[in-house]
Design a protein around this ligand. Structure first.
Ligand code: ZN
Ligand code: ZN
Length: 762
């Protein structure tokens, strides 16, 4: 019999996931003595005394039987001098000591099935308690203010446990043993309903009352784990019209929360894989195709073939549906454009009071805001449009270690922050458009929080090349303040580098298509084919889309008829067509005349290679969309218009000296606009671009002897483009890569920047 003492330190996602209770169980099962405790670096320390063989079994169990939400990155073992100090095994008081780096707290987890069952069980002490949770579910990152993860370091500290909850919390055999969010009707957060002015409405069942108000067509702000939703009914047009008006959202689609998977299937197509994602503990919003039986209001996602759907993820959400027939509620983020999520009750009253009719509050504070995640499926492939609740801040694990610890601050729109440490990239929750002080502060706070949680020692900060971005300025400030190296990374290069590192490839011909990125030459890029290698901290721009004029600059982005005209002008007579469409210019006929005059004089016009703008132009020519009221609208509507189309134009892509001709495409669409259906022309335009980009990429891959091709940028979320491009590239025998875990759009930019700064030698 050999008695051994050993200290074990575990890094990973090991706090807030039932790890200590689990360690307690396997230690006692293996007849070991000692302790386990949480540390201030988000890791766990274990001390074991016992027989060598038992410790071996313990280590095996540690890896093989770990709780479902736990992730173990490292198990560091240190044998100690022999001795007997402990009479039993215990969970010790946490220590604030920070020693190791790279651990992190878990994301928020949707209510688990056991808790859901208890919520519905009249015999259960937590029957109908809206914030019922356990070790396996509930909020985490949105309630944690500091480390180690103990109740006093979370916003649950305001709710001392009652004797019943305490008895479960201290019982090693209970599912809620050491669960920091444990609470009940008696001791936990309370929900209450108020008028839009914040006057309390006395009601014994405020949540179900809110559900009734919603189904009657009222607009209610609902406080959740990580922010407020603005909610209303989905089967009536009237509340939606009103909601669009008060939220100043003309067409931008609203996400909806549906009572059950079965109900989703009554109005949308759901594949097996989509059902899996919808019901996963991350519970993201999934973009689903509307079915032929779609019966919800068309005002939810106007002009689009798909709709953003999620399932309830807290007890509160489930209870909203209890006493109503409404199949679903709109659940849109309560933040006004360009503002971070509202997380404070008073702030909500101040900022939403004019928008909503009622508030459904609870009295727990939100430590960190977190928006819902949004994904879509390209066949069986999951594509992230927004990676936030349920995913952040769990890291993306890379195959290789970064040379140093870096931070990426992203670009301007749909932004995130990222901390790269070793082989892990910790991407923040969705921050949004960083254009003003509030969102810049949110980005800075979220990034600092990540650095703190992971106990990282940052050496460099990366940002975009654009000299005027708020994030560029922030990067300069942080670099100066902390003595970090500052690295500016070209927009499309960051996207492709992200793709390369995600798939661990050494060289790639990357197609990066989006709306706008500041080019090396200061021009507006957005349809780029780049050669990137991992040995070199730079890239080569091999090819791109044809440059097209943006007449009126930002006005052209807003009114795609301007882009279309810029392309068609001098090739066909557009005058009559424009005058016919004068009502789609904000100032009508007069504006068209001035615009035509500008066209003739065009000497100092901004040009762009943007793929997004070409899609916009096609959308305008086909009359699919004349005004962009939200980011990507014309292109998204064009994809929807194309979904049932055929390739009637069968155009051969025109490629000249590394440039894909897009004028040709526009001209053909314009001239055939009366001859074929809108769906067929929209689809043909997609095929032209996808085939053209694929052919150009294949040509460059062969020239440069590269076997891997990749597709990134916001346009890569377009299913038709991605699938046509994939089939052309794969037919040629090359490998075709898209993002798996990182958003293809600008939400993945911070990751790409951090990776460039971390992997390159400067
Ligand atoms: Zn649970
Ligand atoms: Zn209680």
């Amino acid at each position: 019999m050999t008695l051994v003492r050993m200290k074990i330190r575990v890094t990973g996602i090991v706090q807030g996931v039932g790890f200590r209770p689990f360690v307690y169980r396997i230690a006692t099962e293996n007849r070991l003595k000692g302790y386990v405790k949480n540390k201030g670096d988000a890791g766990v320390e274990i001390l074991l005394e016992g027989e060598k063989e038992n410790i071996r079994c313990f280590l095996k169990d540690l890896k093989e039987k770990k709780p479902p939400l736990a992730q173990i990155y490292e198990v560091i073992q240190a044998p100690l001098k022999r001795g007997k100090k402990y009479k039993n095994f215990s969970i010790q008081r946490s220590s604030a000591e920070t020693e190791l780096s790279g651990s992190v707290i878990p994301p928020d987890i949707a209510i688990c099935n056991e808790c859901l069952k208890e919520l519905r069980d009249p015999e259960d002490p937590r029957h109908e308690y809206f914030f019922i949770t356990c070790t396996n579910c509930g909020p985490r990152c949105t309630i944690i203010e500091g480390l180690p993860y103990d109740r006093e370091n979370t916003t649950m500290r305001d709710f001392p446990m009652c004797s019943f909850c305490k008895s479960e919390y201290t019982n090693p055999l209970n599912r809620r043993f050491h669960a920091q969010t444990v609470a009940c009707q008696k001791c936990g957060p309370k929900a209450y309903l108020t008028t839009k002015k914040g006057e309390l409405i006395k009601n014994k069942d405020p949540i179900r009352e809110a559900g009734k108000l919603l189904s009657e067509g009222f607009i209610v702000a609902i406080k959740g784990y990580g922010g407020f939703h603005v909610a209303t009914a989905t089967t009536k047009d009237k509340p939606l019209t009103r909601l669009r008006k008060v939220k100043h959202r003309e067409h931008k689609p609203f996400a909806i929360m549906v009572r059950s998977l079965k109900t989703i299937k009554t109005f949308a197509e759901v594949s097996m894989k989509e059902a899996q994602v919808l019901t996963s503990y991350m519970r993201p919003i999934v973009l689903l195709d509307k079915s032929e039986n779609y019966f919800l209001s068309d005002l939810i996602a106007p002009g689009l073939h798909n709709i953003g759907v999620m399932l309830p993820y807290t007890g509160l959400h489930y209870m909203l549906f209890d006493q109503v027939d409404e199949p679903a509620f709109v659940m849109t983020s309560a933040n006004p454009p360009n503002q971070p999520i509202i997380n404070d009750n008073d702030e909500a009253l101040r900022r939403l009071g004019e928008t909503v009719d009622y508030f459904l509050f609870h009295d727990r504070q939100i430590a960190h805001r977190c928006d819902d995640s949004v994904v879509r499926l390209h066949d069986h492939r999951q594509v992230f449009l927004r990676r936030s609740r349920g995913y952040a801040p769990a890291p993306i694990v890379l195959s290789e270690k970064s040379k140093r610890c870096t931070v990426g601050l992203g670009g301007e729109l749909n932004n995130t922050g990222c901390v790269l440490l070793g082989n892990k990239a910790f991407i923040s929750q969705h921050i949004g458009d960083v254009e003003n002080v509030e969102t810049r502060d949110f980005l800075e706070k979220a990034t600092r929080h990540l650095i703190h949680l992971t106990n990282s020692r940052v050496e460099a900060v990366a940002c975009d090349l654009h000299p005027k971005f708020t994030t560029t300025k922030l990067a300069h400030d942080l670099a100066a303040e902390n003595d970090w190296q500052l690295i500016q990374v070209q927009h499309h290069y960051a996207h492709i580098e992200a793709l390369m590192v995600e798939h661990n490839v050494k060289e790639i011909i990357g197609v990066c298509c989006d709306g706008y990125g500041y080019g090396l030459d200061g021009e507006a890029w957005g349809g780029e084919i780049l050669l990137c290698t991992r040995d070199f901290p730079s890239f080569e721009r091999l090819a791109h889309l044809q440059k097209q004029p943006l007449i009126g600059g930002d006005l052209a982005t807003r009114y795609p008829l301007r882009v279309a005209t810029g392309i068609l002008h001098k090739k066909v007579d557009v005058q009559e067509w424009l005058l016919q469409n004068h009502k789609h210019f904000p100032h009508g006929r007069k504006e068209v005349e001035i615009f035509l005059h500008q066209l003739d004089k065009r000497n100092k016009i901004v040009e762009t290679t943007s793929c997004g703008r070409v899609l916009d132009a096609v959308a305008a020519v086909l009359g699919v969309c004349y005004e962009r009221t939200y980011e990507g609208e014309p292109a998204l509507r064009l994809e929807s218009a194309a979904i049932k189309g055929k390739d009637v134009l069968r155009l051969k892509p025109l490629i000249n000296g590394g440039i894909l001709d897009t004028s040709r495409l526009l001209l053909e669409v314009f001239e055939n606009r009366e001859k074929y259906s809108r769906a067929d022309l929209a689809y043909s335009a997609h095929v032209y671009l996808a085939r053209g980009l694929a052919m150009l990429t294949i040509e460059k891959a062969l020239e440069n002897n590269v076997e891997t091709v990749g597709f990134s940028g916001g346009v890569a979320c377009n299913k038709i483009l991605a699938s046509v491009m994939r089939s052309v590239v794969e037919t040629s025998g090359l490998r075709f890569l898209v993002h798996k875990t990182v958003p293809a759009g600008d939400g993945g930019l911070s990751f790409g920047q951090a990776v460039v700064a971390g992997f390159s030698q400067f």
